[in-house]
Design a protein around this ligand. Structure first.
Ligand SMILES: [Fe+2]
Length: 446
């Protein structure tokens, strides 16, 4: 028996030595004149012995185990290791688990350490000599648990993918007809409170309204306004975008202030439809004259309309005839010769304050030389007009609230806010500050 044990020890040492040299099991077996299975057994015994010598038998390999899994807008990574905390840091774990930090941000993470005891059973068979070794091995283990959250929620990514798909289509501006240069006009296109994605059931509210109807109504309003406008005289259009263009401000189907809305369509579809409709409006108007788009946030669509305005800015950035004002102020101003126009949704300022606000904000930028100063507001969904007194040649300040293109939803119907006419308007100004307007009633194609 001792002779057999000595030979086994010797063989084991030789197997170790040849293994370290990088030889395969077959090569070692051939060199030592033993079976490959015996080489394998010696190698396993060697690994187990190494563990025994270290006194550190853990299931976790020294370089740790990393797992990463995601579901929807959250993901988690778990790192189990024996080497914390000296070398393993959160940054190292993020690198190990391959989390893309341009997509994910760390929401929270935790660190845990504990000691484990494990019964070790080694079957070491050398040349048929079976031997069992039982012992308790103690070792330290560590785990780091990281919870990630998507920087941009999945629905935003889907919406942006849809927008980019449309962006790749490019803009389609038709050739313009000649304009009479002698007395060109400024046209202001008021497609206000279209509320894309508002959902109204005709049986309950008197008239159906949904995402598809909104798109249809919007495009028809553009065509009807163009048909009734003095296009050959238009030198420039102003197109406010926002003013509750979209019914909701987030994927939870709520407004900016968190009011739940009856909504038709998924977030990505809503944004893509509203954006492509806005693009269509710019293209059609630009086929007649230059277009100044101004972003005017509404109380329903502060965020969504902001991104749609930026989308328009990207789509038309190569068109000299189209400008998009996406500056962060909720109020926008446009000057045209001696005409000064102001745009705001109307849910924040008091109407009585608007003349003074315009005079203050445009004191050196057009107020002094203006003969006409008009405000265009949305929000109330019906037509109103307020005027200050004429002062000398100045016609005073006129404040107009515009009708909505959308029909009434359930809440407004219950409250009795009914009877508003669904329509859009275009107002025209000449150099001699004569103004006129056309109005079209909202219609669907069918
Ligand atoms: Fe509105």
């Amino acid at each position: 028996m001792p002779v057999a044990k000595d030979r086994s020890v010797e063989l084991s040492k030789k197997v170790d030595e040849l293994t370290r040299k990088g030889m395969t099991q077959r090569q070692i077996a051939s060199k030592l004149h033993i079976a490959p299975s015996t080489v394998c057994r010696y190698q396993n015994l060697s690994k187990a012995s190494a563990s025994k010598i270290d006194g550190d038998d853990c299931r976790i390999p020294d370089n740790g185990v990393v797992s990463f899994s995601s579901a929807g807008d959250t993901a988690k990574a778990e790192y189990l290791t024996k080497q914390l905390p000296t070398e393993q840091t959160l940054e190292g774990i993020l690198k190990e688990c391959g989390a893309d930090l341009s997509v994910w941000r760390v929401k929270e993470w935790s660190y845990k350490a504990w000691t484990t005891g494990m019964k070790l059973r080694i079957n070491s068979g050398i040349d048929g000599d079976k031997e069992k070794i039982d012992r308790i091995s103690y070792g330290k283990q560590y785990s780091i648990h990281v919870v990630f959250q998507r920087i941009a929620p999945k629905v935003f990514k889907e919406a942006s993918d849809l927008l980019w798909a449309k962006f790749r289509d490019g803009s389609k501006i038709q050739k313009r007809p000649p304009v009479k240069k002698t007395d060109p006009m400024l046209g202001v296109v008021c497609l206000f409170d279209a509320h894309f994605a508002k959902l109204a059931w005709g049986a309950e509210t008197g008239k159906d309204y949904d995402l598809q109807i909104a798109e249809d109504v919007w495009c028809n309003a553009i065509e009807d306004l163009l048909a009734r406008s003095p296009c050959s005289r238009i030198g420039k259009w102003v197109l406010p975008i926002g003013n509750d263009l979209v019914h909701i401000d987030n994927p939870d189907n709520k407004t900016r202030n968190g009011t739940p809305q009856d909504t038709d369509g998924r977030y990505a579809k809503i944004i893509a439809t509203a954006a492509s409709s806005a693009k269509y409006a710019v293209e059609r108007l630009a086929s007649v004259a230059d277009v100044d788009v101004v972003w005017v946030p509404g109380n329903h669509d502060l965020t969504t309309s902001f991104h749609i305005a930026h989308y328009l800015s990207g789509v038309f950035h190569k068109h000299d005839g189209v400008s998009v004002d996406v500056s962060p102020s909720p109020r926008k101003y446009v000057t045209w010769n001696e005409v000064l126009l102001g745009f705001t949704h109307g849910n924040e300022e008091k109407i009585a304050d608007l003349p003074a606000i315009m005079a203050t904000e445009m004191k050196t930028k057009g107020w002094a030389k203006s003969k006409v100063a008009d405000w265009f507001l949305g929000h109330v969904h019906h037509s109103q007009k307020f005027m200050t007194k004429h002062v000398g040649e100045h016609k005073g300040v006129t404040i107009r609230t515009m009708r909505s293109l959308a029909s009434t939803d359930s809440w407004h119907h219950r409250k009795g806010y009914i009877g508003s006419i669904q329509s859009a308007e275009a107002h025209f100004y000449t150099k001699s500050y004569w103004d006129s307007c056309v109005s079209v009633i909202a219609r669907t194609t069918k």
